[in-house]
Design a binder for this molecule. Structure first.
Ligand code: PLP
Length: 520
């Protein structure tokens, strides 16, 4: 049977009988694209006809640009329906490892919407934005305090952007010494953005193997260090959810070889208030404000990736930066304009303006409302929750580093427990969707076969974790009971059934009408 959405179901099956004419399923409503229902002549606003003025576009405007015209209720329904097809941290547990999808306190949102922060413009006279600059300066102060690092660059706009910032400072530092080092060492367990950043900066990337315990192999690292190595990029806690206990020895070896230590600090939420990266000998580290310090993210939403620097790299930090003169705050936009060591040999700019102001407000609001003790508890609870998940599942699922001691903020499993069942990591993830959970991170980190990386975050209650654990135990039992057929075609209840993900990414079919599907 072909219903109006063009979705075909096998005749006579229970699924076909449960199919609807509209394609709607109860409260889950189907809808064409607004480009298909929109009409150029329709509008949701009531504006007077524009006055006849001579065009100043020099004849550039020839025809309508094809934006769909919709009435106000159509627009409202469109976005409301779309929002209901989405999964959000405000709906349920979002155990995506290496992403820290935690609750975002509404207080932060309220602060970010204060007109004095939300209605300002980056080109406003500095005298009129003293409060905003003070906020950036206060946040910078707390980031330096929490990391034990003397300098911070606030402008990078995401974690990966922060990596680029840190690596450009490292390159500038080597260039200032007249050295053209070519190689960046990246452990196997690194986040994928690390080698990508190093390559983007023009470095050759070489892998450092992991020990069987999932940590950096210190002797392999030492053996590879030499005058051609510019830096080592290390994620700590790493993407196996483990702390690198030999970090100080790693830093000493790297420094002795004249190279710098870049730390990917995206997982700082596991150690905030407990460990200061500055004490570990790190030279540059980005902080994902949108992970450690809440603030909504995902789906390409705004992030912020300030980078803290050691004294060795501080002179190379980017512009602009905020400076307190004793009486007021100023924005230092040019190298020549300032004395002192910080930014004195700056590599330049990352962005046109100063960074993500809204995220700064949210992060400072989060830091101030938690306080030092609250932030420490964030780390402790994040680690406690992850270990609770790990130990509640490791009798039925396989935890490759279960014997390496407690994990940090995320619990890592491999697909060993699925061997012989015909069920894959992907199948488990799809079945989780039907159970009302966003899947965990799959097939990452690459060092583990069929990885399932679960980060519960500190904001989940024991009851929520217990239900998630019970759900996974149930799915594992079904997989082991020979129900591979069930898994292979999950999800059953999502707005779309299982997609060919490669085809969907390469050749998306966005229209829904039978005609448009037939035309494909
Ligand atoms: C999220 C993450 C990044 C990248 O951060 P973005 O803000 O998404 O660019 C880098 N490294 C690790 C370990 C991460 O978890």
């Amino acid at each position: 049977m072909l219903n109006r959405t063009g979705r075909e179901t096998a005749p006579g099956t229970a699924e076909a009988q449960a199919d609807t004419f509209t394609g709607n399923r109860g409260l889950a409503l189907e809808e064409p694209l607004i480009f298909e229902i929109g009409d150029n002549a329709r509008t949701g606003v009531d504006l007077p006809a524009p006055p006849k003025v001579a065009s100043r576009l020099g004849g550039l405007e020839r025809e309508a640009i094809g934006l769909p015209g919709l009435s106000e209720p159509e627009v409202v329904r469109h976005y409301t329906r779309l929002s209901r097809q989405n999964f959000a941290i405000d709906m349920g547990l979002f155990p995506l490892g290496s992403c820290t999808m935690k609750h975002n306190p509404r207080l932060n949102e309220k602060m970010a919407r204060l007109p004095g922060f939300s209605d300002i413009h980056p080109l406003q006279p500095v005298d009129s934005v003293q409060g905003a600059l003070e906020l950036i300066d206060s946040l910078a102060h707390w980031l330096k305090t929490l990391t034990g690092m003397p300098e911070v660059a606030m402008s990078p706009k995401a974690g990966a952007h922060g990596e680029l910032c840190g690596m450009l400072a490292i390159r500038a530092a080597h260039e200032a010494r007249g050295e053209a080092r070519k190689v960046v060492l990246v452990p196997e367990s690194a986040h994928g953005t690390n080698p990508a950043t190093a390559a983007f900066c023009g470095y050759e990337v070489e892998n450092i193997p992991a020990t069987p315990a999932g940590r950096v192999d210190l002797s392999a690292l030492k053996a590879r260090l030499g005058p051609d190595v510019a830096a080592v990029m290390i994620t700590n806690p790493n993407t196996c959810g483990l702390f690198e206990p030999e970090m100080i020895a790693i830093s000493q070896a790297v420094h002795a070889a004249g190279a710098y230590v870049y730390c990917d600090g995206a997982n700082f939420n596991a150690i905030v208030g407990k460990v200061r990266p500055g004490d570990l000998g790190i030279d540059a580290m980005h902080i994902n404000l949108h992970k450690t310090f809440s603030t909504p993210h995902g789906g390409g939403g705004p992030g912020a990736g300030p980078v803290v620097f050691s004294a060795a790299l501080a002179p190379f930090a980017p512009l602009p930066f905020v400076r307190h003169t004793g009486t007021h705050f100023e924005l230092v936009e040019e190298e020549q304009a300032h004395g002192g060591d910080a930014h004195a040999k700056s590599f330049g700019r990352m962005v046109a303006f100063h960074g993500q102001m809204g995220m700064f407000v949210r992060a400072l609001s989060y830091i101030m409302s938690h306080g030092a003790d609250g932030l420490r508890q964030v780390a402790e609870d994040a680690v406690l929750n992850a270990n609770y998940v790990l130990r509640s599942l490791d009798d039925v699922m396989t935890a490759p580093f279960g014997a390496s001691g407690p994990c940090m903020h995320e619990a890592l499993f491999d697909d060993g427990f699925l061997e012989g069942t015909g069920v894959s990591t992907l199948d488990i993830a799809k079945a989780l969707i039907d159970e009302g959970y966003h899947p965990m991170t799959m097939y990452f980190p690459l060092v583990v076969h069929g990885a399932m990386l679960i980060e519960p975050t500190e904001t989940e209650s024991k009851a929520a974790l217990d239900q998630f654990i019970a759900t996974l135990r149930h799915l594992v039992a079904r997989a082991k009971a020979g129900e591979a057929d069930y898994f292979r075609t999950a999800p059953y209840f999502a707005p779309r059934r299982r997609l060919d993900e490669t085809l969907a990414a390469r050749k998306p079919v966005l229209s829904w009408t039978p005609e448009s599907i037939a035309a494909e």
